[in-house]
Design a protein around this ligand. Structure first.
Ligand code: PLP
Length: 240
C-alpha cells in the first residue's frame, strides 16, 4: 500500500468515526437511542471502489440521487440497502425498483402509478417516502405541503406501495433556527397526516452534511450524509 493510500484510508476512517460520534451526541441531546437514526451514506461524490471501502467501515445503507450512477455501483455487488434519493423519471422506475430498498422521492401521482404498476409486474412491493418541499423553493423537487393529502389518498389505495414516511431537503446555508424550523414542519405534517388517515409513517428522512445534527434533534430517523463522510471527491484532505 502506498503512503498516499494509507492517508486516504486513515482520513476515511476518521470521517466515518466522526459522523457516527456526532450522531450519537445528537441522539443523546435529544434523549433518543442511537439506533433510532439510520445513517445513509450518500456515495454520489465517490467511485465504486470508495463505496466498497465505506462498506468495509460498516456502512450498510447507501444513497444515490441518479440511476446512471447507482447502476455503476451495483456491479460491486455489495449487500447494502440502496436508497434512491433523487428526482425519479417514470422511465427509470422499472430498473430502480428492482435494486433499491427505499425510494425517498415520491412527489407526484404519475410517479406513484408507475411505481405501483412496475411493482405489480415484478411481483414485489415498494417502500417509499413522500418528498415534501416544505419551504416551497422553486428550484427544489417535492410536493407542496398542502398537496400531500391528495397524493396520500391516491397512494394508499395502491397495495404495492408502502409509504414509510416523509422526506425533505433543508434550506442550503440555513442557520440552526431556520433549519430546525423546516424539519419541525415536516414532523408536524407527518403527525397531521398520520392522524387524518389513521396510518403510521415512522420514517423522517431529513438532514444532510450541513444540518443532520439539527434534523436528529427534530426527529429524523434517516440522515443522508455525503460530503462529511466521503469528502466531495476533490480534495480529500481539505474535507477533514
Ligand atoms: C447529495 C445529497 C445528499 C448528501 O448531501 P451532502 O451535503 O453531501 O451531505 C443528501 N440528500 C440528497 C437528496 C442529495 O442529493
Amino acid at each position: 500500500m502506498s503512503d498516499e493510500m494509507d492517508v486516504q484510508a486513515i482520513l476515511r476512517t476518521a470521517r466515518v468515526l466522526r459522523v457516527r460520534e456526532r450522531i450519537e451526541q445528537a441522539c443523546a441531546r435529544a434523549g433518543r437511542p442511537t439506533d433510532s437514526v439510520r445513517l445513509i451514506a450518500v456515495t454520489k461524490y465517490v467511485s465504486k471502489e470508495e463505496t466498497a471501502e465505506l462498506y468495509k467501515q460498516g456502512l450498510r445503507d447507501m444513497g444515490e440521487n441518479r440511476w446512471q450512477v447507482l447502476k455503476q455501483k451495483l456491479v460491486a455487488d455489495l449487500p447494502v440497502s440502496w436508497h434512491f434519493i433523487g428526482p425519479l423519471q417514470t422511465n427509470k422506475v422499472k430498473e430502480v425498483l428492482r435494486h433499491v430498498s427505499y425510494v425517498h422521492s415520491l412527489d407526484r401521482v404519475k410517479l406513484a402509478d408507475a411505481l405501483a404498476s412496475e411493482a405489480q409486474n415484478a411481483g414485489i412491493s415498494v417502500r417509499v417516502l413522500i418528498q415534501v418541499n416544505v419551504t416551497r423553493e422553486s428550484q427544489k423537487s417535492g410536493i407542496a405541503p398542502e398537496q400531500i393529502d391528495g397524493l396520500l389518498e391516491h397512494v394508499l389505495k395502491q397495495g404495492e406501495i408502502e409509504v414509510a414516511g416523509l422526506m425533505t431537503i433543508g434550506v442550503q446555508g440555513a442557520d440552526e433556527h431556520a433549519a430546525r424550523s423546516t424539519f419541525a414542519r415536516l414532523r408536524a405534517l407527518r403527525d397531521r397526516v398520520e392522524a387524518r388517515f389513521d396510518i403510521k409513517l415512522p420514517e423522517l428522512s431529513m438532514g444532510m452534511s450541513a444540518d443532520f445534527l439539527w434534523a436528529i434533534e427534530e426527529g429524523a430517523t434517516m440522515v443522508r450524509v455525503g460530503r462529511e463522510l466521503t469528502g466531495d471527491g476533490k480534495n480529500l484532505q481539505d474535507s477533514i
